[in-house]
Design a protein around this ligand. Structure first.
Ligand code: ATP
Length: 377
C-alpha cells in the first residue's frame, strides 16, 4: 500500500508548539533578577502615576522579549489604571504606525483606514487616556530599528512629552534593544533625553549550564521521553553556545527531531543535529535579510557579488563598493553610507576603519556571500 508522505505513524513530538518562535514558556528561569527589576519600574503605573522608563538591553535570544511579554501579560491580569501596549518596531517603525497601534488597543477597534492625520490619532489617544484616567505603558521591541530609520526622537518625544500637549496624560516606555553598538540614552536628542532618563536592565548571555537547563525543560515538554539522550542534548547546547542565541537551540531541536522522524528513527542522533545546525546557524541571517527594504537588499546583493568576484587578498573599501554600486543602482552617497551603517549595526557586515593615508573604511561580510545571495533570491 502506498504510504501517505505527510502521514507519520509515530511522532517524536509530544507538543510541537513548544519549539515555535512565538511560544511563551511557562517555565522561565534564570531571568528572575530582570523580571523583578522590570516589575519595580512599572510599579508607579499600577498606582496611577507615570511608570519609570526602561531600556532592556542584551544580545539576541537572551530572553528580553519574553520577559517583557510576561510582564505585560501580568499587567493585563491586574486590575489597574495601567494599559500595556506591545509594539514590534521591525513592523511599526513610524510615529503614525505606533500611535495607530496604541489607539487600537485603547479603543478596541481599528483606526480609520485612510485620511487620518497623526494629530487626529494622537488627539483620540489622549482623549481616551484622560476620559478613562488610564496610564499607558508602551513596550517598543527592537527599538534599534527606530534608530536606523531616524524615527526614535520623534516617537519618544511624542510619547514622553505628551503631557505638554495634553496635560494629565501619563506615558511610560520600555525599549528593547538587541544591538550592543547602540547606546540609546546617548543617541536621543537633548529635548528627549531630559524626559527619557531610563534605567537600563541588562540581559547577559546565558551560560552553557543555564542554556542546558532551559533547553532540557523544553525537551521534557516538547518531546517524548527517550527521543533525545543526555549526550545529544550536550551537543545541542554546544552548538547553541556558538552564537549564545537560544533561538538557534530551539530551532535546532525542532529540525533535528524532524530529521530523525524522516529517517524513521525513535532517537535523535548526532547526524540529525549536525545536519540541522547547517540550517539553524543562518537563523539570524535569514530573519535580518527579510526585514531589509528593497534598496538595502540590492546593496547587500551587490556587496556579496563583489566579495565573490574579488581576489581574496583584496579588501573591500567603502568607496570602491560605492563606485561599483552606482553602476548597478540609483543611489546617492549619503543614503549609501546610511545603509552601510545600518547593515553593520544589524551584524550583516563589519565596517572597520584602517589607518593609512587618511582613514579608509573597510567592509567585510559576516556570512558567506554565496549563502547571502541564495537567501536574497
Ligand atoms: N529563560 C528562558 N527560559 C525559557 N525560554 C527562554 C528563556 N530565555 C529565552 N527563551 C526562549 O528563547 C527564545 C528567544 O527569546 P527572546 O525572544 O525573549 O529573546 P530576545 O532577547 O528578545 O531576542 P531578540 O533580541 O533577538 O528579539 C524564545 O523562544 C524564548 O521563549
Amino acid at each position: 500500500m502506498k504510504k501517505d508522505l505527510l502521514m507519520w505513524d509515530e511522532t517524536l513530538f509530544r507538543d510541537p508548539e513548544v519549539f515555535e518562535i512565538d511560544y511563551v514558556p511557562e517555565q522561565f528561569n534564570h531571568r528572575e533578577t530582570q523580571m523583578r527589576e522590570l516589575a519595580f519600574q512599572i510599579t508607579p503605573g499600577l498606582r496611577g502615576g507615570r511608570p519609570f522608563n526602561t531600556i532592556c538591553r542584551g544580545l539576541p535570544g537572551t530572553g528580553k522579549t519574553t520577559s517583557v511579554r510576561k510582564l505585560l501579560a501580568q499587567v493585563e491580569e491586574h486590575e489597574s489604571k495601567l494599559v500595556p501596549v506591545y509594539i514590534n518596531c521591525q513592523i511599526d517603525n513610524t510615529k503614525f504606525a505606533i500611535f495607530t497601534q496604541i489607539y487600537q488597543k485603547l479603543s478596541g477597534h481599528p483606526a480609520p483606514a485612510s485620511g487620518t492625520s497623526f494629530k487626529q490619532i494622537f488627539d483620540a489617544v489622549a482623549r481616551i487616556l484622560l476620559k478613562e484616567e488610564k496610564v499607558l505603558l508602551v513596550a517598543l521591541d527592537d527599538a534599534n530599528y527606530l534608530l536606523y530609520e531616524n524615527e526614535i526622537n520623534k516617537i519618544l518625544y511624542a510619547l514622553l512629552r505628551s503631557h505638554e500637549t495634553y496635560p494629565g496624560t501619563r506615558i511610560g516606555v520600555i525599549t528593547i534593544i538587541s544591538d550592543m553598538n547602540v547606546d540609546l540614552s546617548r543617541e536621543v536628542d537633548p529635548r528627549v533625553a531630559s524626559v527619557f532618563r531610563p534605567t537600563e536592565i541588562y540581559f547577559p548571555p546565558y551560560s552553557a549550564e543555564e542554556a542546558r537547563h532551559i533547553l532540557s525543560e523544553r525537551v521534557m515538554t516538547g518531546l517524548y521521553p527517550g527521543a533525545l539522550s543526555e549526550s545529544m542534548l550536550d551537543l545541542v547546547v554546544e552548538q547553541t553556545m556558538k552564537s549564545g542565541d537560544l533561538r538557534v537551540g530551539l530551532d535546532l531541536l525542532k529540525r533535528a527531531t524532524l530529521n530523525a522522524e524522516m529517517a524513521a528513527r525513535r532517537q535523535i542522533e548526532e547526524a540529525d543535529i549536525c545536519q540541522a545546525y547547517e540550517v539553524s546557524k543562518y537563523l539570524h541571517l535569514t530573519f535580518t535579510l527579510r526585514t531589509l527594504k528593497d534598496e538595502e537588499k540590492e546593496l547587500m546583493r551587490i556587496i556579496a557579488r563583489m566579495s565573490l568576484e574579488r581576489d581574496e587578498k583584496d579588501e573591500m573599501n567603502a568607496g570602491g563598493i560605492y563606485e561599483w554600486a552606482k553602476g548597478h543602482m540609483k543611489l546617492g552617497y549619503t543614503r549609501y553610507y546610511e545603509i552601510i551603517k545600518k547593515l553593520d549595526a544589524m551584524r550583516l557586515i563589519n565596517l572597520n576603519y584602517r589607518q593609512g593615508r587618511g582613514r579608509t573604511r573597510v567592509i567585510s561580510l559576516r556570512y558567506e556571500p554565496g549563502r547571502i545571495l541564495e537567501l536574497l533570491v
